[in-house]
Design a binder for this molecule. Sequence first.
Ligand SMILES: Cc1cc2nc3c(=O)[nH]c(=O)nc-3n(C[C@H](O)[C@H](O)[C@H](O)COP(=O)(O)OP(=O)(O)OC[C@H]3O[C@@H](n4cnc5c(N)ncnc54)[C@H](O)[C@@H]3O)c2cc1C
Length: 497
Amino acid sequence: MVKNAVEAVEHVDVLVVGAGISGVGAAYHLKTQCPDKSFVVLEALETFGGTWWVHKYPGVRSDSDLFTFGYRFKPWRGNPLATADEILKYMGDVIEENDLDKHIRYQHRITALSWSTDHRRWTVTVQRSTDDGDTEEVTYTANFVWMCQGYYRHAKGYTPEWEGFADFKGEVIHPQTWPDDVDLTGKRVVVIGSGATAATLIPAIAYDCEHVTMLQRSPTFFFVRPNTNELADTLRSLDIPEEWTHEIVRRKIFQDQDMITKLSVEQPELVRAGLLEQIRPLLPEGFDIDKHFNPSYRPWQQRIAVLPDGDLFKAVRAGKASVVTDHIERFTETGILLKSGRALEADVIITATGFDLSPLGDLPLEVDGERVDPADTVTYRGIMFTGIPNMAYVFGYFRASWTLRADLIGDFVCRLLHHMDDRGATMVTAALRDEEADMTLGPWVDPENFNPGYLTRSLHLMPKQGDRDPWRLLHEYNVEREVLPAADFEDGTLQFK
Ligand SMILES: Cc1cc2nc3c(=O)[nH]c(=O)nc-3n(C[C@H](O)[C@H](O)[C@H](O)COP(=O)(O)OP(=O)(O)OC[C@H]3O[C@@H](n4cnc5c(N)ncnc54)[C@H](O)[C@@H]3O)c2cc1C
């Protein structure tokens, strides 16, 4: 039941949506860079963490290194890849050390956002869960809204429609909504999918199940790496301060990533050969690598997942996991019938088929009484949108850690807020200049650059980008870390009032 709360409307300078890695980072940046601003972080769930709280499937971990997935300002002290619990602990430390808890309101789900130019503020409608299990509606107002709500729907993952899906008599589980009580001991399991989630999950369950089959339509590239960082280990052994180690290791990672990203475009076949060569010795003799692990796209057109010590391949070699590259004809009572005619028998089917993109959190958005569809807007630097005042949005990198961009946007927003104060403005809106009115508009992400299924399925729902700066979403940290701090707020693309 939704009740109307009677308390007064709370007003803040900045309202942050979501307490995932981006929202907690936003809170830190506000606290340290804009100490005079009042702010709250509203989080729908009962705690912080976002992605790392929502996903509870076995083995859930980062596939970015935590030197760069961790914040710029908080040294990472562990191994490069981290479990969800380790990431939550790290975020908890950031909240505690910076006294951010008093700014975060849990179980506050934002349901609508409405901007008024007359009042120069957002009205934010919120459903707050009460201790007795009810929900009540409360309202906040804010001068500026910072959207850190992530990029996919949290409530439910994406499951394609398959013929005969309802006929299957076993259990079907989506990794995004992993049940507490699932026991896979001795079961025949089919995992549909070949991305990071499937590749993380399979080695984590393979040794309990009777057998796990990874069923993929098409192959994915993987990096095989030990879960250690030699440079970090050396610096730590020399008792170098953790802050330095964090920064030095980050710089080395940026350099390495920049090199591999460039090489993937300039010499894709060389990178392809290298990626395949590293996995060959880990797989059984005679394994058809070309069929199962050699994608048709060039390296980095989709995210390259990291396998610590090649754990997925080890499970294949141990006979606990196998890979089938085929298409689903239909589900049957006992498993899956493939287009090739082969049948996969299963007790449990895990649909590691990804998620649905959620443009601006799917929140109904109004500007001066008019409903705004994000798809009708053009993005300013992948952070703001034409016609939507006083709002910033965090969308991270695909080929590098999300948090690198979240930190850069943190600096950008704080600089913008100071700029507004300095010039006495209470409203900032991105607007195309006359010379940009006829600019060619394209999708949020160019599919030639990056094209995983969740993006291509929903690109039409996302804001557009232009063919020149500042109307493009840039994808490389090494470029943006120069461009964003130097962005000229007075070049006419931002209108201040
Ligand atoms: C399984 C998995 C593994 C990943 N691994 C990596 C990785 O290794 N490296 C990498 O760079 N990226 C990875 N990603 C991408 C990852 O989502 C981001 O890196 C990052 O965690 C996103 O953080 P965020 O805070 O922006 O969003 P989220 O983590 O999605 O958090 C958003 C928060 O906002 C809250 N929220 C949403 N809507 C509302 C609302 N209306 N009202 C109030 N609160 C709301 C949500 O409840 C959530 O807590 C992974 C994603 C998944 C799903």
